[in-house]
Write a protein that binds this ligand. Sequence first.
Ligand SMILES: [Zn+2]
Length: 215
Amino acid sequence: MNYKPEFTDKDMSLYKFISGPYDNNGYLLVCKQTNKSVIVDAPGNPDELISAAQETDTDMMLITHNHWDHLLGYKEITTKFNLRTGIGVDDAEGMKPDIPDFQICDGQTLTVGKISIKAIHTPGHTEGSTCFLINNILFTGDTLFPGGPGKSQNSKAFQTIINSISSKLLALKQSVVFFPGHGLDGTIKNAQKDYFVFEKNCSSYEIFGDIEWLN
Ligand SMILES: [Zn+2]
């Protein structure tokens, strides 16, 4: 592989590719034992992601949520590779006519080679937003970024995303490193610290949009 992994442990290597008009992150996770791989999200112009994936046995593509900037490369990738595609149940219908092969429920376990992937349904940014936990790494799509939650469309959605993050993601081990749909990775430990400040200072949950924990 000509690319440098973003992260590696005894079971897997993770490669990150930034592309498309909104600098989206597309990820390639490879099982070290079997060379089987899973692609997470499908940003536009996925040339590098595709060329890296060609060196592996591509098995699956997971979509964190149904927003177009994470899907601009969907057709290109699914045409190029023979792989199974999946998205959270509540986001699947909206992808017509390109509905993925399978729909993912909260708590479901998926397997790629020797890698075990746990799906965590985290509604708020979209109804079907889903995070994926593998060993000590977590893909968060547009649900959790270092510095704050993903964008919410109204105050109800904001309360929903806050509930998803606080009850499901911040409950994970502090050592978990998370990889969002845009920008840099973060740790659950830092997210917990920032969220604690937010929770203490937040006088109203009737807010929404692009919210930062420390502002
Ligand atoms: Zn989004």
